[in-house]
Ligand binder design. Structure first.
Ligand code: ZN
Length: 270
């Protein structure tokens, strides 16, 4: 499942072929993904020039000179391909620039989404309305976490996965960051001290930055003909390592709550 670093890398991969280019052809090939694709997306994007690309949480943003922003979400299985040799079954959006580059959004499971909004109304886009700060932004600090979790007798892991606390963090990165910060995933939010939150903020930024850097080094493959974005093979500290030895020697544990696995070390994380 694409997480924030994969989306950041996708945006970085699309930027060189899209930024400053005019879209001569835009074609959604079905009416919906997770929800309907706006019927005017094709008309609003065709002929527009892409002025910039960005990311908010796990959403990619493609802004045009018409004051529109096309917003994509990769869902569980979405990926962009640049200059594919042929179209595949689950290619749901095709775009072509005046430089002759073609890109397709492929999403077999269709948990992703495509939307278009006015740039000046981006903050009112429904998924963004109550969203917390970007984890890599300056507003994401220990003071923010302390305030956001005040009086919350809810496990810190659950609070971090709540997009209102911080935007775009998924299960893997939360498990890894809690391990790095040596905080138990079940520790209640209001019982964590400011210095421990400082360590946690540091850990979250570090684990995301490292994954984005790893993704950046895979970008060369992405930009090749028929290239695609892979998900970075990562040497996680705890994620997916149940029963293996933690750095402290104790076995990594796994617990399942509401269908989601939590990996942690009960020795290091208190
Ligand atoms: Zn340990």
């Amino acid at each position: 499942m694409p997480e924030l670093p994969e989306v950041e890398t996708t945006v970085a991969g699309l930027r060189p072929v899209l930024e400053g280019q005019r879209l001569v052809f835009v074609e959604p090939r079905r009416a919906d993904l997770r929800w309907p694709i706006p019927v005017d997306l094709r008309q609003r994007m065709t002929g527009a020039m892409v002025t910039s690309l960005g990311r908010r949480a796990k959403y990619g943003l493609i802004e045009t000179d018409r004051g529109d922003v096309m917003i994509f979400h990769l869902g569980m299985s979405g990926r962009w391909r640049i200059n594919p040799e042929e179209l595949e079954k689950h290619d749901h959006l095709l775009m072509e620039t005046d430089a002759g580059d073609r890109m397709v959004l492929n999403d077999p499971r269709r948990f992703g989404s495509l939307d278009i909004v006015r740039a000046d109304q981006l903050d009112s886009y429904k998924p963004f309305v109550s969203m917390g700060p970007e984890p890599l932004g300056n507003e994401f600090t220990a003071a923010h976490l302390k305030a956001a979790t005040k009086g919350r007798k809810v496990p810190i892991k659950q609070l971090l996965l709540d997009q209102r606390t911080v935007a775009g963090l998924g299960n893997i990165y939360v498990c890894e960051a809690l391990h790095m910060a040596r905080i138990s995933p079940s520790k209640k939010g209001d019982q964590i001290s400011k210095p421990r939150y400082e360590r946690l903020v540091e850990a979250i930024k570090q684990v995301l930055t490292a994954a984005i850097a790893a993704g950046g080094s895979s970008l060369r493959d992405f930009a090749q003909p028929d290239g695609e974005l892979g998900y970075f093979a990562k040497d996680w500290l705890v994620y997916g390592r149940e029963g293996e030895a933690c750095r402290c020697g104790a076995p990594v544990r796994r617990r399942v709550d509401s269908g989601r696995s939590t990996f942690y070390c009960s020795q290091c994380q208190k």
